[in-house]
Design a protein around this ligand. Sequence first.
Ligand SMILES: [Zn+2]
Length: 269
Amino acid sequence: MTALLLALGGLALLLLVLHLEANLLGRAPEPGLRVLMYHRVGDHPARDTVPVAALERQLDWLRAEGFSFVTLTQLLAHRAGGAPLPPRPVLLTFDDGTADQLEALLPVLKARGLPAALFAVASFAGRELEYGGGRERFLGPEELRELSAAGVQIGIHSWSHRSLARLPPAEVEEECARAFAWFAGQGVPVEPVLAYPFGAYPRVPPAAREAFFAALRRGGVKLAFRIGNRVNPLPLATDFELQRIGVRRADGPWAFATKVRKGRRKAFA
Ligand SMILES: [Zn+2]
């Protein structure tokens, strides 16, 4: 008798789990803007480097699911004047400006005709530096111009890649204004958009956050991205706290699909 009850209990639990999974799979993704955050593309073993084949699979899956790939220009117009975004908008973003982002990433985007955004660190451009456990070459102005001409819009990732969370407002302003001025001086078309290095900014207290946002405005920033790993509700209600969803080497197709649907990797988190 006890064994039978246990079996029935087990069966009920199994049905409940199957029901929850089916619900998750069958439901359309919640409305909103997804911003995916990538770093290097290729075979580097760093956990935030995504292999070319995995990136191709992810982009093809997004297209098959009916996502519309949007640009920084579209987001700026949406925030400035309420221009509607296409259905299921997704923005692809790539950080730091490493050489692979021209050599490995651009062919993948070109083959599919997809736009993207690259957040480059101005003081790294054209140099070879210690980065992510080794030496890395960073794209110079000519290469950034080539990306821009191919539909990869350039935004800033600050001047020095220092965390902006504890800098005085005057230095925050300088980190942005100097980066914009440098790209403009090199003839690299640059959008008034910033991705916070390490996703860091002063969230509290509110007075510090507001002083920080004012410094961004003085520095020429109109939109800025944190990390946060969530879907952004539409219409977008913030200029400086747009959230991105980080994609990693370890994300298989199921983990990637879950991140895109829900933001966080855990299905019920
Ligand atoms: Zn970075």
